[in-house]
Design a protein around this ligand. Structure first.
Ligand code: DHE
Length: 549
């Protein structure tokens, strides 16, 4: 056994403990260990876990890796797999040397990641503008409900764009790789969460929207939401926020106005089926109920959906619903009573009745469902249905969600819509009640052409009515995009008339946000500038506040 020096990963100190030196395993110097741990954290931990127990990707425990050998590991990391493992080498994201290093790193025990206390969180907590100094009404004449928040992933910023005029309103420094935006219950605040666990509160009523508070509550995170309930049990609008952490595996409840951390709840627990303890039981998606003072929290590795009642803080009441393992992303059905979440390594979507606090169905949909929050349709034959795309298969599956009026179709796949060309690669799918269409992306498809495409599905016929190659459209309009750029995250404006799409490139070269007309399906406007670097998720205030998708 040997003691290794603490390593710093975007503020995360790992290896401040003891790791095993195994016989015959190539040694790594402290510098190499530090570099490899950082690369692993940046590119691999999200899918395979910090402790490498596996989730969206398979487990990478040293005993398995030593059997496979470094040549095998290097090949996979370079070429990717059809199941969704990115081709990091081919894409040029990881160099040959970096892949060599990762292959050796995986033969070693994972360095132990650190814990984080409330005291640690408070040290990172800043209120830039206290609530009493914030404007009482919007300080600009803009239609802030149609603002679009755009993540500029690799430059550590987000952009706020006026959806009506398409003007850039503000760029806010948020820190490392913001993953998602969510809107507060009133819509006045945008909240972001970075992969580094830093939450940021942005006030859209300021003359130039800017961050008013921030705090780092974990070392690795993906989800954030706010309290959206106003009713008999109290008015919680904009009062609380919640961050879901990958590491330490937990959720943290914050004051919604200042982001002061109030309560930490560990999610390390036992798997729902085999009752084995999982230290790395990470929080994946979170949604806020509109009808109860509750958040719905997906605990990835144990396979539980937790319904967390926040009305009696500092006490929280948790209902643990046994669902399915490796929960990932999900959203509400049309009625907002049912939460549908992908158990992606089980090729299933799980439906939970949040009102009755029970599991209602597990539905097989395709290989690695990845809905984002999904797309809801009120279909003339099937009634309300919810649709998802897939990382590993070329289908969009729609599930009936109305057991009362359409029991024949409830919790069954009522449509399986085939996308053109082989393989999956879809990450996000979006619609709007005013639109006749669903828009689907495919950024993880290994084929260069397919990852540039979006597909428009007719909500009535449930057929693909148009394939759009966004990169080609941009070329025709005079915008040459960098090689390898992929198309990601369609998002409707508040009126359901436009679809905004990110062209995701590398940070050294600006790309664009392409705005399409939903009716004509034609490129309508190109938003660009030196600041448009690595745009990923796009979020409209109006639809995000109301959970319209
Ligand atoms: Fe995401 C949603 C986790 C890779 C962009 N992503 C989510 C959610 C989770 C998650 C748990 C649901 C949050 C919620 O609703 O509360 N994402 C992960 C990963 O673990 C994974 C696979 C690997 C990683 O290391 O992060 C991963 N995600 C990606 C990407 O590569 C994307 C495209 C760009 C990026 O930032 O890395 C990406 N994820 C997004 C976006 C959403 C998201 C834009 C929100 C979609 C929505 O419409 O709500």
């Amino acid at each position: 056994m040997k003691k290794v020096a603490p390593l710093l990963l975007s503020g995360l100190v790992v290896g401040a403990g003891v790791t095993k030196a195994a016989d015959g395993v190539p040694k790594l110097s402290p510098e190499e260990m530090k570099k490899a741990a950082q690369l692993y954290f940046d590119r691999c931990a999200g899918c395979h876990g910090m402790l490498r127990g596996g989730a969206t990707g398979p487990p990478l425990k040293p005993e398995i890796m030593r059997q496979r050998g470094t040549d095998y590991i290097k090949w996979i990391v370079y070429n990717g797999t059809p199941g969704g493992m990115p081709d990091w080498g081919k894409q040029g994201v990881l160099s040959k040397e970096e892949i060599d290093l990762i292959a050796k790193f995986l033969l070693h025990e994972p360095p132990p990641p650190p814990e984080m206390s409330l005291k640690d969180m408070l040290k990172t907590w800043h209120v830039y503008v206290p609530p009493e100094k914030r404007p009482k009404k919007p300080q600009h004449g803009r239609n802030w409900k149609n603002f679009m928040g755009v993540i500029l992933r690799d430059v550590g910023k987000v952009a706020i764009i006026d959806g009506d005029t398409k003007e850039l309103v503000s760029i806010v420094d948020t820190g490392f790789a913001v993953h998602i935006f969510r809107s507060s219950g009133t819509g006045r605040y945008f909240l972001t969460i970075g992969r580094d666990g830093k939450a940021t509160l942005i006030d859209l009523w300021m003359k130039k929207p800017d961050k008013v508070a921030e705090v780092k509550v974990c070392y690795d995170a993906r989800s954030i939401d706010t309290s959206k309930y106003r009713g008999k049990k109290g008015n919680f609008m904009d009062k609380l926020a919640i961050v879901g952490c990958y590491w330490p595996p937990s959720f943290v409840i914050l004051d919604g106005q200042t982001l002061k951390p109030l309560k930490i709840v560990s999610t390390s627990s036992y798997t729902y089926d085999t009752e084995e303890f999982v230290r790395e039981a990470r929080v994946a998606s979170i949604v806020a109920s509109h009808y109860d003072p509750a958040w719905v929290v997906s605990v990835k590795e144990t396979g539980h959906v937790w319904i967390v009642d926040y009305s009696k803080l500092p006490d929280v009441k948790v209902n643990m619903i046994e669902a399915e393992r490796f929960l990932h992303d999900g959203g509400w059905d049309l009625s907002k009573r049912y939460f549908l979440v992908a158990a992606n390594m089980r090729n299933k979507v799980v439906a939970v009745d949040v009102k009755k606090k029970k599991l209602v169905a597990k539905v097989e949909t395709g290989v690695k469902p990845h809905p984002g929050r999904g797309a809801n349709i009120n279909h003339p034959k099937y009634g309300p249905i919810w649709c998802t795309g897939h990382i590993g298969s070329n289908n969009v599956a729609c599930i009936g969600t109305d057991p009362k009026k359409h029991p024949k179709y409830a919790w069954k796949v009522v449509a399986n819509i085939e996308l053109p060309g082989p393989g999956g690669g879809t990450l996000f799918i979006k619609t709007h009640p005013k639109s006749k269409h669903i828009w689907v992306d495919r950024p993880l498809n290994p084929d260069n052409k397919l990852k540039q495409e979006v597909y428009v599905i007719d909500k009535k016929t449930l057929k693909v009515v148009k394939t759009i190659n966004v990169i080609e459209d941009l070329k025709k309009a005079g915008y040459e995009m960098p090689k390898g750029a992929r198309i990601v995250h369609p998002e409707f404006d508040m009126y359901g008339k436009e679809v905004w799409i990110s062209v995701w490139g590398k940070k050294d070269q600006p790309t664009v946000i392409a705005v399409y007309d939903d009716i004509t399906m034609k490129l309508k406007k190109v938003i660009t500038g030196d600041w448009v670097r690595t745009p990923t998720g796009i979020f409209n205030v109006y639809t995000t506040t109301r959970d319209i998708y």
